[in-house]
Design a binder for this molecule. Structure first.
Ligand code: HSE
Length: 310
């Protein structure tokens, strides 16, 4: 038996919501899991990509260290079984190590496909909990599973609590992807374990403003809400061009804000109105001045989460 699952890309943090806020985007990976009948064939993981360089793909483990396998193994273990002979194929359109949830997408894809193969022993809550455990935080895996713009929390008992926000249709997200990579573990290693209380308070206030701004389509509030003091300031040095881009679009009336996408290095600009081309040019030229090439996409939120393909 063979099952394929399509999973959206995600952008996480959305400014102040470090490890909590996330949004699904219409770029997809397809993960296929096949139970092979030949005993002793073990696990085989193949990664296919149109857009990634060979080197990039080569850096992903294709044995039991692979995060898809780890997620699948946890699901099997949760029903007292062990995965044995599995062929896992990942068709990857989500850029890797760019802050667009590529690792979450394969964790979620593996879990959903394995869940189908096993006759759906896990419900949404169990899938969310395993996915967040493997990823370490819930902000990418939750929108990858449920779609939309989501606030999520990995609670102390291991459960994931989430709620969706209604993202205003008029607000577009511009995903700006530079041609360099940044591994999430490196981007996390520069954040201190403890932060000043005033910075924690700053983010708590801005998270509250973000929710209110999205809920009431308050553009002026959103321009303030997208600020962060918990992760972006520490990551600035790992993301050449970020501070320049933030500065350059600060005075664009149609730009509601500019934040790091997940752990970076992609940058997310929230826009309204029709000035996307101008803002795109500003971002592209700012990076070009630093010899960085970029791909820029204006996207709508993907309201649908991961789905099993027929
Ligand atoms: N919240 C995570 C981070 C997202 O910023 O490190 C990337 O996995």
């Amino acid at each position: 038996m063979k099952v394929s699952v399509r999973v959206p890309a995600t952008t996480a943090n959305l400014g102040p919501g470090f490890d909590s806020f996330g949004m699904a985007l219409p770029i997809y990976n397809e993960i296929t899991i096949e139970e092979t009948v030949m005993p002793g064939t073990g696990i085989e993981i193949t990664i296919l990509s149109n857009s990634q360089e060979e080197l990039n793909i080569m850096s992903i483990p294709t044995d039991k260290e692979n995060i898809v396998y780890k997620a699948v193994e946890l699901l099997y273990n949760s029903i007292g079984q062990n995965p044995s002979e599995l062929k896992i194929t990942i068709k990857s359109d989500i850029p890797i190590a760019k802050g667009l949830g590529s690792s979450s997408s394969v964790i979620v894809g593996g879990l959903l496909a394995a869940n189908e193969l096993l006759g759906r022993p896990a419900d949404e809550a169990a899938l969310l909990s395993i996915a967040a455990e493997v990823e370490g935080h819930p902000d990418n895996v939750t929108p990858a599973i449920v779609g939309g713009t989501v606030i999520s929390s990995l609670e102390e008992d291991g459960s994931v609590v989430y709620r969706k926000l209604n993202w205003p249709q008029e607000w577009k997200v511009m995903v700006c992807v530079p041609d360099y990579e940044l591994a999430t573990d490196i981007a996390r290693s520069v954040i201190p374990k403890e932060v000043p209380l005033k910075d924690a308070i700053f983010n708590a206030k801005h998270c509250a403003m973000f929710v209110q701004a999205v809920t009431t389509k308050d553009e002026e509030l959103m321009k303030i809400a997208l600020k962060d003091k918990l992760h972006q300031p520490y990551r600035m040095k790992l993301v050449p061009g970020l501070s320049e881009i933030i500065e350059a679009i600060k005075h664009e009336p149609d730009a509601l804000g500019c934040v790091l996408s997940g752990a970076g290095p992609s940058v997310l600009v929230v826009t309204k109105g029709n000035s996307q081309e101008k803002i795109k040019d500003i971002v592209r030229n700012t990076w070009a001045n630093l010899n960085v090439k970029s791909d820029i996409h204006v996207l709508k939120v993907e309201e649908k989460g991961a789905c099993v393909l027929d």
